[in-house]
Design a protein around this ligand. Structure first.
Ligand SMILES: [Zn+2]
Length: 315
């Protein structure tokens, strides 16, 4: 039996069909309609699903579920998106509205970082394990945890917001209003902030030169490129950044003792350049000597679609 996964993001809505062998058979996407009326996004979601099914000569009646992934908080019992600021969904009955377009089909909704972790569990980096933590490094930090084969969504079902655990007391301000969160030190935005700060103080640095003195041109890739090429200023920033990630991995190991910790998102594309300093840090400081394997995520951009499509196996 196949199932449908929908990854609803602030920039686009991506829909995919996942087959019985857990492979993504087909996918398509459209921009998220920022019209001010969230009902327009329901139309986009439903037409994408109908179009994809028609192209693949499939019938919704034979689908195990439609799974929806959104960047926000979920009321699981009622299938409601409590808040997804990028989508302008607030108390939005997403499951009911999508279900009305496909009567008889089971519809589930999940936070996108959790869905991505589920994708890695069934079809990616966590395969063969019963526990794993996915840390997605983007503008923010997304975290998803699978324990004993089950997605962990909090004891009170409020969610799993690993990125907002405090790493530095009274540290850098975070998007959530708190200070010193993992997100405010480990996100790509944090790497950029520190790179710009350092380049501003070191005009002789490769970062400042490559940006031709325009600090706004310094992005995460530029900081990493300069560090890899041995620029002293960039290397110091990057080393500190990987230490924060190492400390984050150690926290996760002490709390959950997962079999795998997988890093995803653009910063992780570099593989070993990111992973080896984190592993070194964990080998030295993790509470458990035989700790989690530290790897890169496997599913990249499709993790949310695939994980959402697998939600029927968890509910
Ligand atoms: Zn925070």
């Amino acid at each position: 039996m196949y199932s449908i996964g929908v990854d609803i993001g602030g920039s686009k809505i991506a829909v995919g069909i996942v087959g019985e062998d857990l492979q993504l058979i087909s996918k398509k996407s459209l921009p998220f309609p920022h019209t001010g009326d969230p009902m327009d996004s329901i139309k986009t979601i439903c037409s994408l699903i109908s179009g994809l099914l028609a192209e693949n000569r499939m019938d919704i009646k034979k689908a195990a579920c439609i799974g929806l992934a959104v960047p926000g908080s979920i009321d699981y019992n009622r299938g409601i998106v409590i808040d997804a600021h990028n989508l302008d969904y607030h108390g939005f009955p997403l499951c009911k509205l999508v279900g009305e377009c496909f009567p008889g089909c089971v519809v589930h909704v999940e936070n996108d970082a959790n869905a991505a972790a589920l994708g890695e569990f069934y079809c990616g980096a966590f395969r063969g394990c019963s526990s794993g933590l996915l840390i997605t490094i983007g503008t923010g930090i997304g975290g998803g945890l699978v324990l004993d084969g089950k997605l962990f969504v909090g004891g009170k079902q409020n969610g799993f917001e690993f990125g907002h655990a405090v790493l530095v007391f009274n540290g850098e301000p975070c998007t959530c209003g708190q200070r010193g969160c993992i997100e405010s030190y480990c996100s790509a935005a944090a790497l950029v902030r520190e790179g710009r700060k350092a380049a501003d103080q070191h005009h002789e640095s490769m970062m400042f030169q490559r940006a031709q003195g325009d600090l706004t041109r310094i992005n995460a890739k530029l900081v990493m490129d300069c560090a890899r090429e041995g620029d002293v200023t960039a290397s110091a920033i990057y080393q500190r950044y990987t230490e924060y990630l190492g400390a984050t991995a150690c926290t996760a190991i002490a709390l959950f003792d997962p079999e795998i910790i997988a890093f995803g998102g653009g910063v992780s594309n570099d593989g070993e350049f990111l992973l080896s300093p984190i592993r070194k840090y964990a080998d030295q400081y993790a509470f458990f000597k035989h700790h989690a394997k530290i790897v890169t995520a496997e599913l990249k951009n499709d993790a949310g679609i695939i994980g959402a499509a697998m939600l029927h196996l968890q509910r």
